[in-house]
Design a protein around this ligand. Structure first.
Ligand code: 13P
Length: 279
């Protein structure tokens, strides 16, 4: 098993009618927790980091660690740049050996998004890397800052976008949002169904934190092959760390680190089980 392209993982998921979990990581404990869960369930995953997170977790430190974890894992793992906002960061990720990059041009107008994504596809092909893009606007935001207003993906535009860019995965906006939902979202499965009818490209669901298992299964049945989970893992790590520190008089670094791994492991394992659609 090895470091693989995202395209390979999504193709297999399509054949098996399940989705691949794409788990965001920000430190070594998160990488270890996610890989431990994937190995235990013998299921391939995607390890990813978003451009807005690089202030806390620099790409030149995180990238080599994520790649090493993938190469040494007993399951296939793709290493992905999530929400690349600049072509420079996409280039840095490709240079490091990421097997997949997302260029997020969702706030650009359609033609500009197409043009930038075409450039990324061309560049990534030289590295045999896969490309994800976004059409429509997913709500919330990936880090701190102003929340984006949701704008559902237009199914006909999605078809044109995929044909003109040749992306390997398309992130859709169907009422989903990044971060913790204040109330359970009403996902527009009617829109997802239309997109799935018009587009052969594997679809991606962002904003996985807080979506119910039933909604995940429904999304998978309508062509979603990659599901992003970030906030739930960050929250699990923070809560496990807090609970540990609250319990002891004197915190021990090594025990704290083990608790962080455990928090992420539990969250990733729970999601992989749902995404596998085993029953
Ligand atoms: P959440 O933080 O809501 O899980 O979203 C993750 C995501 O979509 C990363 O791109």
């Amino acid at each position: 098993m090895a470091l693989v392209s995202m395209k390979k993982l999504l193709k297999k998921a399509q054949e098996q009618n399940r989705a691949v979990g794409a788990f965001s990581v920000g430190n070594m404990e998160m990488v270890m927790g996610a890989v431990k869960a994937a190995q235990e369930l013998n299921t391939p995953i995607i390890l990813q980091i978003a451009e807005v997170r690089l202030k806390n977790s620099p790409l030149e430190l995180m990238g080599p660690m994520m790649l090493a974890a993938a190469k040494n894992a007993s399951v296939d793992i793709a290493v992905h740049l999530d929400h690349g906002l600049t072509l420079e960061t996409v280039d840095r990720a490709l240079e490091l050996g990421f097997t997949s990059v997302m260029f997020d041009g969702s706030l650009l107008d359609f033609e500009e998004n197409v043009g930038k994504v075409q450039k990324v596809v061309e560049k990534a092909s030289r590295y045999k890397a896969s490309v994800e893009a976004e059409l429509g606007v997913v709500g919330g935001n990936e880090g701190e800052g102003k929340a984006h207003k949701i704008l559902c993906t237009d199914p006909e535009k999605a078809r044109e976008f995929c044909l003109r860019t040749g992306v390997n995965a398309l992130a859709v906006a169907i009422g989903n949002a990044h971060g913790n939902y204040p109330v359970l979202p009403e996902l527009r499965f009617d829109v997802l169904e239309q997109i799935n009818k018009k587009v052969d490209t594997p679809l991606v669901l962002h904003g996985g934190t807080g979506i119910t298992d039933e909604m995940f299964r429904k999304a998978i049945s309508l062509g979603v092959r990659k599901i992003n989970i970030a906030t739930a893992s960050f929250d699990h790590l923070a809560n496990y760390a807090k609970n540990y520190c609250d319990k002891v008089d004197r915190a021990n670094y090594f025990e704290l680190s083990a608790n962080e791994v455990q928090g992420v492991y539990e969250n990733v394992k729970r999601h992989i089980k749902v995404f596998n659609c085993a029953d």
